[in-house]
Design a protein around this ligand. Structure first.
Ligand SMILES: O=P(O)(O)OC[C@H]1O[C@H](OP(=O)(O)OP(=O)(O)O)[C@H](O)[C@@H]1O
Ligand SMILES: O=c1cc[nH]c(=O)[nH]1
Ligand SMILES: [Mg+2]
Length: 211
């Protein structure tokens, strides 16, 4: 597994506003969308392409086009849905699959309640979207499922990661073709499995269900 922390002043600026407890849901959704677009630029650096010949008004030249099969983008419901538009803005021809997963807030175990994507992902590049990598339970289970279906290259795009979750991913997905792209790796997890300093519950803040 490879970890890529995107070091850019615009990413840091938007992430700081996301973290602020005073940021309301509409602003949180807009900033998430903008941040994902910046992360997606880095996350798609190795997206597969083919050379194509194109004709400009002036001359014939070599161009580049995304390869087939098209990449698959998989948001992990619910919070990952807030990242889908930002990602598909850069990859408009991508296919989209859905994975519904929820973490039990007592045991911190992740369980899957919905799966809607092709059974066969042989040879596919997959981009998984989830704002938070906390204990890593959710992403490890999601990525294992994608690799079991034949995905050859999986990139997880997350807003924030905890060092504990990164270590779990590195251990559980050692030697696998997996990359994690994140805006930051925070200090630690607290006793409730929340990222510190973090930004709170991403799903609640996106969809206004906090408190
Ligand atoms: O790394 P982990 O410890 O597994 O935790 C991270 C998961 O927890 C959150 O989802 P949550 O269960 O709150 O579901 P939601 O998106 O429906 O709010 C988050 O969006 C991740 O999916
Ligand atoms: O800090 C955290 C941890 C898990 N899920 C969240 O939404 N936030
Ligand atoms: Mg949640």
């Amino acid at each position: 597994m490879r970890l890529h922390v995107v070091d850019h002043p615009l990413v840091a600026h938007k992430l700081s506003t996301l973290r602020d407890e005073r940021t309301d849901s509409p602003t949180f959704r807009r900033l998430t969308d903008e941040l994902v677009t910046l992360l997606a630029y880095e996350a798609t650096r190795d997206v597969r392409t083919d050379a194509v010949e194109i004709t400009t008004p002036v001359a014939v030249t070599q161009g580049t086009r995304l390869s087939y099969p098209r990449p698959l983008v998989v948001p992990i419901l619910r919070a990952g849905l807030g990242m889908l538009d930002g990602m598909t803005r850069l990859l408009p021809t991508a296919e989209v699959g859905f994975l519904g997963m929820v973490r039990n807030e007592e045991t911190l175990e992740a369980s899957t309640y919905a799966t809607r994507m092709p059974d066969d992902l042989s040879g596919r590049q997959v981009y998984v979207l989830d704002p938070m990598l906390a204990t890593g339970g959710t992403l490890v289970a999601a990525i294992r499922m994608l690799l079991d279906r034949g995905a050859t290259d999986v990139t997880a795009v997350v807003l924030l990661a905890a060092p504990e979750g990164v270590a779990v991913m590195e251990r559980e997905l050692a030697g696998q073709p997996v990359t994690v792209v994140t805006a930051a790796v925070d200090e630690r997890l607290n006793e409730n499995g929340y990222i510190v300093p973090g930004l709170g519950d991403a799903g609640d803040r996106l969809y206004g269900t906090a408190g």
